[in-house]
Design a binder for this molecule. Sequence first.
Ligand SMILES: [Ca+2]
Ligand SMILES: [Ca+2]
Length: 326
Amino acid sequence: MNTSAKNYPLLLLALLVTACGAATELTEGNPPTQGITAQVSGNNLTGDHGTVYGGGAVTITLTGPVEQGTPVTWSVSQGAIVGQGLSATLPYNDINRQVLTGQPITVTATVTTPLGAVPITVPLRVDDQAPRANGGVTATVPGRPAFFIGENAELSGTATFQASFTDDGVGLNPVKLSAYLRGLPVLGDVRAASELPEARGYTLRVDVISDRLGNRVDVPPGTVAGPFNVDLTAPVVTGSAPQGARIQDSTVLTFTGTDPLRADRTPGSGGVTLTSDQGGTGSSNTLTLTGAQLRAGGASGPVTITVTATDAAGNSTTFIQTVTLE
Ligand SMILES: [Ca+2]
Ligand SMILES: [Ca+2]
């Protein structure tokens, strides 16, 4: 990026218009600084908002008809600058990481010439700020808002993972989550519970959170979510009566839901709840339904009962029972 001293009157005019709200006539007799340019170097990206520097020190050097040893005073509209002769550096330090990001800044080199002090201004955009945590690591299940993955959370295959960070400057690099099982890596860049084998005791870790200029969040190594469990298998339902059984008012139909072992041979998430389209009385992992309850609901003769069983992770299955109410 080059900013010629030729632009100085225009820049000053613009500054005066901004500052005073009115144009002020420039006087004649500008010092002969034409040809002095400022060269900016450092890590940078060019996008919609022009070139943005950052993620490391930025150096500004005056070139052109200006001699080594010429006195130059350096300043910056905010943050810190270290100037030495014809060159200055915006250091990548704590202060600059906090204040340089977000709005254009101006570096000014005031060159002392025999005819007076001449400022060379260099407008710059800098992003030295790392992304911010904005909700952390959450899971989402369709139909539910995102939730933090609490200890021993039971997740079905419909759960997806998100790491929520925002960047005030050039934008994020994708944040990748890695799944670990009992301390060992299982899958990098995991997006959904369905990508993981069914098991208990997963954790999620994040490797690097950085923006596109390389400003990094200092994430200590280790767990960012969990431990949580993945349960991909719906409960199994059994009924106490054979299909097509003839029943009376006094008959009690009992439906029982059991959650199979996971693939890693640990118990399923359990907590099975049962409901039916014909009502009934649920308790723990059973549902009871009497002939009298069916009749009270308007049933008579052949009846089809649809029982739904759901485990703690949200996996559900349906079971159809046919009976004839006598
Ligand atoms: Ca940034
Ligand atoms: Ca299950």
